[in-house]
Design a protein around this ligand. Structure first.
Ligand SMILES: NC(=O)c1ccc[n+]([C@@H]2O[C@H](COP(=O)([O-])OP(=O)(O)OC[C@H]3O[C@@H](n4cnc5c(N)ncnc54)[C@H](OP(=O)(O)O)[C@@H]3O)[C@@H](O)[C@H]2O)c1
Length: 394
């Protein structure tokens, strides 16, 4: 792999930390141009001292003074605010987009417009404005390599010349920590139980999304956009061992899968070296140890998020962006213990219904990115109002 310049957006999070760990372990020759994070200045400063980026950026301006203090005397440059995160996204030839939530959209779009290689973990930006983001990257001569393990799997086994021969993309889902729980147990679930994922170690938001299976819903939308595949051809199967990361079924009866241990460093390595392969001491897959791979259909009654996300994908227009924003509001309220676990998906569904009724989800004639932000803002408003009435009842 040739040496390259790298920016890591969301460096203090689970994907950011895994990316730096992979770089350390692989000994890849890279230059870190920028590290950017939200608020965790203690971890950001530690990373900056180790990797000596040209720019260390904290999004929350109220944290800048502490960052400067922690890096005093190091000779390292710092910056703060959203514009600085965008500048970080434009600073390198390979950008790890690993900010959580719609907050990642502007910086990811900036990288796309620069025509760089984007390692895309921030699925929410694709859900909000996938077609516009992908088009911007294409026009600028860039590449988007998915980091989500499912999409990385499909990216690796999808034969470009045979894309028109695809019958189905099959996303695997672990089923999350509540796979076998009753609805009554789920409604009483605590944030601690929801973030305790059986196979993957991830940030809090995506862990809750895994527990509701909204994560898989967002991933269906992501897959549809990334691989230009219509909604009916994107399927989900629950596979509790998380060894098969996803599959592509072709019209000739062949189904190709990608396998590996549940370790995000593998899809990150794929994105880092693509189209080459990164040599690093990767944990291997011991199939004899795994012994059994099992599969089951998702339960639409206990996990309505999948159906809701599918509906949003079918509706198009602003529906996916609204789904994402309402979900972010719902997850934050659940993590704050303001609502019950099942209220998350319920709030998302009611937000979509209300916005649809009010004509807020119709395709817009405006710039698609501006339109996505308008829908995002409105969905946050509606979802917050709905939650307020819920918390008053509780
Ligand atoms: N973790 C996984 O295994 C995994 C797998 C597939 C896809 N993904 C996707 O990857 C993304 C990151 O997930 P994660 O699990 O790494 O989340 P995480 O652990 O919560 O980390 C989120 C990162 O985003 C930063 N951040 C938050 N708001 C920001 C802002 N406004 N500007 C700049 N940085 C901001 C956070 O900074 P501070 O912590 O400093 O505030 C942190 O570095 C998500 O979109 C997720 O869906 C994750």
């Amino acid at each position: 792999m040739s040496p390259r310049s790298i920016a890591i957006l969301g460096s203090t999070g689970s994907i950011g930390v895994s990316t730096l760990d992979l770089l350390e372990k692989s000994g890849a020759e890279v230059r870190i141009e920028a590290l950017a994070a939200g608020r965790n200045v203690a971890r950001l400063a530690e990373q900056a001292l180790r990797w000596r980026p040209s720019m260390t950026v904290v999004a929350d301006e109220s944290c800048h003074a502490e960052l400067r203090e922690r890096l005093a005397g190091s000779g390292l440059e710092t910056a703060a605010g959203e514009a600085a995160v965008v500048a970080a996204a434009e600073s390198a030839g390979w950008v790890m987009a690993a900010i959580v939530g719609a907050a990642g959209l502007r910086p990811t779009l900036a990288a796309a417009r620069k025509g760089v290689t984007i390692a895309l973990a921030n699925k929410e930006s694709l859900v909000c404005a996938g077609p516009a983001l992908l088009a911007a990257s294409k026009v600028a001569g860039g590449v988007v390599v998915p980091v989500d393990s499912e999409h990385s799997a499909i990216f690796q086994v999808l034969q470009p010349d045979c894309a028109h021969r695809v019958k189905r993309l099959i996303l695997t889902a672990s089923g999350g920590p509540f796979r076998t729980w009753s609805k009554a147990q789920m409604q009483a679930a605590t944030p601690e139980q929801a973030v305790a994922h059986p196979n993957w170690s991830m940030g809090a938001k995506i862990s809750v999304d895994s527990a509701t299976m909204m994560n898989k819903g967002l991933e269906m939308i992501e897959a549809s956009y990334l691989f230009a595949t219509p909604e009916p051809k994107v399927d989900v199967i629950v596979h509790p061992q998380s060894v098969i990361h996803s599959l592509v079924e072709y019209q000739d009866g062949s189904t190709l899968a990608q396998l590996g241990p549940p370790d995000m460093r593998a899809p990150i390595a794929c994105a880092l070296a693509w189209p080459d392969r990164l040599p690093w001491p990767a944990p291997g897959l011991d199939l004899a140890q795994v012994a059994t791979l099992t599969f089951e259909a998702p339960d639409p009654d206990r996990f309505p998020a999948l159906r809701i996300a599918r509906t949003a994908l079918r509706m198009g227009g602003g529906a996916p962006a609204a789904l994402n924003a309402a979900n972010e509001v719902g997850v934050a309220a659940f993590l704050d213990r303001r609502i019950g676990f099942l209220d998350i998906a319920d709030t998302v569904e009611r937000t979509l219904e209300r916005m649809d009724r009010d004509g807020d989800l119709a395709p817009s004639q405006n710039d698609p990115i501006d339109a996505a932000f308008v829908v995002d803002g409105r969905a946050r408003q509606v979802a917050s109002q709905l939650l307020q009435s819920l918390t008053l009842v509780n």
